[in-house]
Design a binder for this molecule. Sequence first.
Ligand SMILES: [Zn+2]
Length: 373
Amino acid sequence: MARQRPRPPATTHRHLEPLYERCWVCGRGLWNFDTHSRTVATLDGLVHYTLTIRACPNPTCERFRRGYHPEAEGVVALPHSEFGLDVIAFVGTQRYQEHRSVPEIHRLLSARGVGIAARTVTELLHRYEELVTVCLTDRARLQEQLTGQGAVVLAIDGMQPDAGQEVLWVIRDLLAGSVLLARSLLSSTQEDLAALLREVKEGLPVPIRGVVSDGQLAIRAAVKAVLPGVPHQLCQFHYLKEAAMPIYEADRHAKKELKKQVRGVRPIERAVEGREDPVAQATRAYCQAVRSALTDDGRPPLCAAGLQLQERLTAIQASLRGVAKKGDCRASFRVWKSSSTEGSRARPRCGPRSRPPTGGCMRRRGSSTRRRP
Ligand SMILES: [Zn+2]
C-alpha cells in the first residue's frame, strides 16, 4: 500500500560530493553533471541529502557521461532505499539478538520517531539478511580474524520466523561475535545439523574449544558426533527459561485473573468523550495507564508479566485513592465509579504512570517459535 500521508519535512540537511575531481581513466577534469536529492529516514530523524553527480566530459573516454556518485552515499543508505543503514542494522539486531518480533520492532521504531509501516520492517529485515550474507561470503576477512584469536567457541541456534516456515540455523563464534554459517533448513534432524557443524569445522583455521546451545536432543547428538570431546554447555538463558516454567505458568494464571478485575475501561473513556476539562483529561490519563499496564508483556524467565501487572495496578490504585482523598478530583473519581459499573462488575483501578509502556524485561522472546525435538 502506498504512503497515505506525506513525509514530514527533513530535520537535517547535508550535502555530499564525490572525492575525485579528475577522471581516473583519461585524467580530464570531471564536470558536475547532475544534482540528486534524496531524503533518508535514520534513527536520528529525517535527513535530506543533496548529492553532486560528476561525469567525464571526454567523448573518447569509457567514463563519458557516466554518473559518478559521492562515495559517502553508500555509508548512508542502500541505493533507492528510504531508510538508513542504521535503521536496517537496528531491525536486524532487534530480531536476531533480542529475539523481538516484527510488530515489536515496529513499535520500537515508531517510539523512536521513525515513521515506518510494519510491512517495511519485514522488508528491511530481508535487506539485513542479504547484507549479512554478503559479509559471510567474505571468507578471507573472517579467516584472518579467527586466526588472530587462536580458537573459537561455537553457539548454535535455530530460529523460525513463523510456524510452518523453514528454520534458520545460525552458527556463531562467541569470542568474536561473528556469524560463521547461516542456513535455512526444512527439517532439523541430527544428520542435518551434523552436516552444518562439519562444514563449519572444516572451514575453520583454528580449533573449537566449546559449544553453547539450548540443548535440543538433535543438537546434542550432532555435536557429539562431529565434535567428540568438545565441551557442550547449555545456554544459560534457555536454562533459566526452562527452570522458570512452573513459575511462569502460575504467573500467567495470576495475570489472567488480574485482567478480569480491570475490565470496562472503554465505557469510562466514552463517558468523558469530547470533554477537555481537567477532570476529563485526568480520567483519560488513568484509562491510558490501565491500557498500558494491560498490554505490557513480560517474558520468562527474567520478567514475570503477572507480577508486573499487579505492581502497576497497585500503583494506579494508590494514585486514585490519593486523588479521591485530596477531594479536588472527586468528580473524576465519581465519573469513574459510575461508568465502571456499566461495563463491568469490577471497578477499574488505574492511575498515571511515569514509566513508558515498555516492560523492564532484560530480554524478550518475540513471535519466533523454536522447533523442539
Ligand atoms: Zn575520462
